[in-house]
Every structure is written in structure tokens, then in C-alpha cells.
Design a protein around this ligand. Structure first.
Ligand SMILES: O=C(O)C1=C[C@@H](OP(=O)(O)O)[C@@H](O)[C@H](O)C1
Ligand SMILES: C=C(OP(=O)(O)O)C(=O)O
Length: 426
């Protein structure tokens, strides 16, 4: 197996222009494909998750042109639902932002599609989404375990109406039903059961739908009203914000061993909830500066904090390794759904943090991390989880090297991560 050893880094400083947001890239591609008109997308992310969405759209008959660096894309919209006479099989890797929205949209298209993915995708639940779509008479079968992909979808026009959806495991299920709702024949009322998790991702969905001409009435994240029989309208041009989750590693590195690091491509008005990772760093003691198109962080003494991270589950993982450099314990609360992401992230982070010397308490939905007096070298298993690999690069900001197993797993969202990280290291 390939490994990457990062030697101790004495100082971190510089500027990073962030690759495009994964969440926005995959949403924009799908909405542009369903829209009337042509969309010119810039700062599109080029990563595995986005490639899976692009290949699915190709198979669904969408044409687009990508620039050589694959970060600019001109896509001609379909002007409504997809229509493919031949049965299709779409491989979506482990991309939740492709699997979930495509399940909902394809249920309302004239298609007969099988959605497949990597083995881990078959362990990531999708039952709450399927249960919601079935209330609209969608025809979806589980080809393996009940409540998990792979799925066979025999799409057809759907009427809409009332649907109840469980929001307690993933917001991507609600994102998916919201995105398809305007394409249904009648109006829809989508009601949330349980406490909705990862709420800021719904804000991203609603903001993007609005830019594509569709307004949704959000009644306090409990009920959503969507008018049916509409068509998305291309906004023409679209600049994808930088990825706020990817920013977290550089900002944390500055807080630990800066210097100052400035990330550009996101700023105080960004639509992604993960920009508020910087608030957590500020609470730990880091100096944070917000601009219209940048966030910068400068080192300061860090102290451990106890905080609820339900709104920012991805960036929250970065707090777990930042905690190794803080004074006192850090508690990361309300992140139960870490267990159903790329790996069981609560167990994975606890296991790997212990390897570098931390004392860790793993609860059902939280981690408590007590940093060691001295970090120790370890070979970090990454569980095919890009974020585990990126988080543990921070261990090199000590007197100790760190070895990252399978560093190429960052390709899911950030293929050039280690190159960018090295550029800041002095
Ligand atoms: O909608 C999105 O773009 C995402 C929502 C979040 O998932 P959950 O809603 O499952 O927490 C997040 O973890 C994921 O990386 C991207
Ligand atoms: C949870 C993640 O991915 P996905 O979009 O596949 O859910 C992630 O990127 O951390």
C-alpha cells in the first residue's frame, strides 16, 4: 500500500486558492442539466465525486464541454426531466451528493436506471429517502440490502403531494426531494420527521434552486412548500465558491503553527455552513479575519472547547486533530451521522487519535479528546476516507513525523491536497 510520510513542519504560512465546493459543484451540474438554457460553470471542482456526477449526466444524454483543467464547464440543459429509452446502469462511487439527488430526480424521469457504487456506498443508508419518494408513488427497488443501494429505479411522471421525510440521519435526503419537487406535476408539501441534521446544507440547496429560478417556502426547516410543474432556468454563468470543508485543514494548520494562512474563494458571505469552522477556531483562541473573498487565520495559544458541530459535520473532523495542539480537553458533540459517512468516522478518528498518543472517549454521538504531552509517530489508517487523511496531516505540525496510509484517497474531494499543504510548509 502507498504511504506518505510528512516530516515535522516548523512553520506554516501563505495563501491557497481553494478548489470549488463539492456540494455546490454537484448541485449546480444537476440543476444545470435539468434547466432550460446553457450554463457556464467556473471553478468547478475536479475530483472523484464530481467525475461520477459528470459521467452519470453523460449517460443521461447531457452534453457539456470541459476545459483542459476540468474546472470550467459549459453545459446545455435538458429543459426538464431526462428521457432515455434504454436501461442504464450508473456507477456513483461513494458520492453521496450524486447518489441521493439522482435517486430522487431519476424517479421522476422517463428512465429505467440501476444506481451502483463502491462497497461503502452499500453500507450508507438511503431508506429515509426511498420511503419519502414512495409516498409520491415512485417505483424504486433495493437490489441488495433493504434501505441501502444499489437501487433500481423505474422512473415515471410523479404527481407530488404531501410527503413525510425523516431528517435525522442525512440532510441529503431532503436536498434530493427538494430538487425534484418542482418537476412533479402537482404542488408538494414536504414535512420533516425527527430533528433535521446538517441544516446549512439545506440552505445551499435552497440558494441554488433560487438562482435557477425556483423559490421554496421554508417553514422553519419543518415543512417546505414547493410549486409543481415548473422548470429550472439557467442563470447563464456560475462561479463555484471555494470548498469551505477543504479550507478547514489550512485554517487549522495556521492556528496551530502559523504565521498566517489566507484561503481565497470563500468569504464572509459564502453560502456554505462550513465557513463557521473558523468560528470554532476563534473560540479555541485563533485570530480570524474575514473578507468578502477570503478567510485568514493566524496562530495564537489554543485551548480545548466543548461545542455542538451538527451544522458542520465535515469540517468538525478537523477540530479533532486541531485538539491535539490545544490546552485541555476538546469535546465534539452531536455528530452521530459521522458513523454513516465514508467510514464510521467516530470510531476511525478515536482509533487514530489514540495512535498518536491522545486519550479519547468515544460516545454514541461525540468524541472527547485529551491531548498528550508529546505526540508520537504513527502510521495512520485512512479507511478510504479523504477527511481522515487530510485531518491527520496536521500531526506533522509537531516535533513528530506522521505517516498517512493511502494518501490518494483525498481524490474524493481534493486530489491535490498534499501538494497544496506542502506549499505552505516552511
Ligand atoms: O448536501 C451536501 O452537499 C452534504 C451534506 C452533508 O451530509 P449529511 O447531510 O449526510 O450530514 C455533508 O456531510 C456532505 O459531505 C455533503
Ligand atoms: C460525507 C461526505 O461525503 P458525501 O457527499 O459522500 O456524503 C464528505 O465529503 O465528508
Amino acid at each position: 500500500m502507498k504511504t506518505l510520510t510528512l516530516n515535522p513542519i516548523a512553520h506554516i504560512a501563505g495563501e491557497v486558492h481553494l478548489p470549488g465546493s463539492k456540494s455546490i459543484s454537484n448541485r449546480v451540474l444537476l440543476l444545470a442539466a435539468l434547466a432550460k438554457g446553457t450554463t457556464e460553470i467556473s471553478n468547478l471542482l475536479d475530483s472523484d465525486d464530481v467525475r461520477h456526477m459528470l459521467s452519470a449526466l453523460t449517460a443521461l444524454g447531457i452534453s457539456y464541454q470541459l476545459s483542459a483543467c476540468r474546472t470550467r464547464c459549459t453545459l446545455v440543459g435538458n429543459g426538464g426531466v431526462f428521457n432515455q429509452a434504454e436501461p442504464l446502469s450508473l456507477f456513483l462511487g461513494n458520492a453521496g451528493t450524486a447518489m441521493r439527488p439522482l435517486t430522487a430526480v431519476l424517479a421522476a424521469c422517463q428512465v429505467d436506471v440501476t444506481l451502483t457504487g463502491e462497497p461503502r456506498m452499500y453500507e450508507r443508508p438511503i431508506g429515509h429517502l426511498v420511503d419519502a419518494l414512495v409516498q409520491w408513488q415512485a417505483d424504486i427497488d433495493y437490489l441488495g440490502d433493504v434501505n441501502y443501494p444499489p437501487l433500481r429505479i423505474r422512473g415515471k411522471p410523479l404527481q407530488g403531494g404531501h410527503c413525510l421525510i425523516d431528517g435525522s440521519v442525512s440532510s441529503q435526503f431532503l436536498t434530493a426531494v427538494l430538487m425534484v419537487a418542482p418537476l412533479l406535476a402537482g404542488d408538494s408539501v414536504i414535512e420533516i420527521q425527527g430533528e433535521l441534521v446538517s441544516k446549512p446544507y439545506i440552505d445551499i440547496t435552497l440558494a441554488l434552486m433560487s438562482r435557477f429560478g425556483i423559490e421554496v417556502e421554508n417553514q422553519d426547516y419543518k415543512r417546505f412548500l414547493v410549486t409543481g410543474n415548473q422548470c429550472y432556468q439557467s442563470p447563464g454563468q456560475w462561479l463555484v465558491e471555494g470548498d469551505a470543508s477543504s479550507a478547514s485543514y489550512f485554517l487549522a494548520a495556521a492556528a496551530i503553527k502559523g504565521g498566517t494562512v489566507k484561503v481565497t474563494g470563500i468569504g464572509k458571505h459564502a453560502v456554505q455552513g462550513d465557513i463557521h469552522f473558523a468560528d470554532a477556531l476563534a473560540e479555541m483562541g485563533a485570530i480570524v479575519d474575514w473578507g468578502d473573498d477570503y478567510i485568514s487565520v493566524t496562530r495564537n495559544e489554543l485551548r480545548g472547547i466543548d461545542r455542538d458541530y451538527n451544522a458542520i459535520p465535515d469540517a468538525a473532523m478537523t477540530i479533532a486533530t486541531t485538539a491535539l495542539f490545544a490546552k485541555g480537553p476538546t469535546v465534539i458533540r452531536n455528530v452521530y451521522n459521522w458513523r454513516v459517512k465514508e467510514t464510521d468516522r467516530l470510531t476511525a478518528m478515536a482509533t487514530e487519535l489514540r495512535k498518536v498518543g491522545a486519550e479519547v472517549e468515544e460516545g454514541e454521538d461525540y468524541l472527547k479528546i485529551i491531548p498528550p504531552a508529546q505526540l508520537q509517530h504513527a502510521s495512520i489508517a485512512t479507511y478510504n476516507d479523504h477527511r481522515v487523511a487530510m485531518c491527520f496531516s496536521l500531526v506533522a505540525l509537531s516535533d513528530t513525523a506522521v505517516t498517512i496510509e493511502d494518501p490518494d484517497c483525498t481524490a474524493k474531494t481534493f486530489p491535490s491536497y498534499f501538494t497544496e499543504f506542502n506549499k505552505l510548509s516552511h
